[in-house]
Design a protein around this ligand. Structure first.
Ligand code: 5GP
Ligand code: ZN
Length: 112
C-alpha cells in the first residue's frame, strides 16, 4: 500500500514515536493525542479495517488484544485504559490501516 500513512510508518518513510515493534506488530504514539497516553497498535501487514477480518486473522487479532494491556501498563496505565477501533467510514475511521487506539489519563508515576 504505497500511499497508506501507517504503511509508510511501518517502512520508516514517516517517523513515529515508537512504543513497541516486533516482526508482526508495531505500536506508536498518536500524533494528536486525545489523552495523556494515546498510542496505536497496528499489524505491519496492511489490512484496511476490521471489515476485512476473516477467520485466518484470528491469531493476529488475538495477539493484538493480548499485547494491548501489556503495552498500556508499560506506558503507566496500571488502572485501566480505553481501546477504540474505528471501523469503516460509518465508524469514523480516518486512516484505513487497521489500528487499535489505546487511550488513558490515569497514568501512574514512573518509579525509579
Ligand atoms: P482513526 O480515526 O482512523 O481511528 O484514527 C487515526 C488516528 O491516526 C488519529 O487519531 C490521528 O491523530 C492518527 N494519525 C494520523 N496520521 C498520523 C501520523 O502520521 N502519525 C501518527 N503518529 N498518528 C497519525
Ligand atoms: Zn497500510
Amino acid at each position: 500500500m504505497d500511499d497508506c500513512i501507517f504503511c509508510k510508518i511501518v517502512r520508516g518513510d514517516i517517523p513515529c514515536r515508537k512504543v513497541y515493534d516486533d516482526g508482526e506488530l508495531l505500536a506508536f504514539h498518536d500524533i494528536h493525542p486525545a489523552a495523556k497516553v494515546h498510542f496505536m497498535l497496528i499489524p505491519k501487514t496492511h489490512m484496511d479495517s476490521l471489515l476485512e477480518a476473516e477467520d485466518s486473522h484470528a491469531p493476529l487479532l488475538g495477539r493484538m488484544l493480548v499485547l494491548a494491556p501489556r503495552l498500556a501498563r508499560e506506558q503507566g496505565l496500571n488502572n485501566g485504559f480505553r481501546t477504540v477501533i474505528n471501523t469503516g467510514k460509518g465508524g469514523g475511521q480516518e486512516v484505513f490501516h487497521l489500528h487499535i487506539h489505546i487511550i488513558g489519563d490515569d497514568v501512574s508515576p514512573v518509579v525509579g
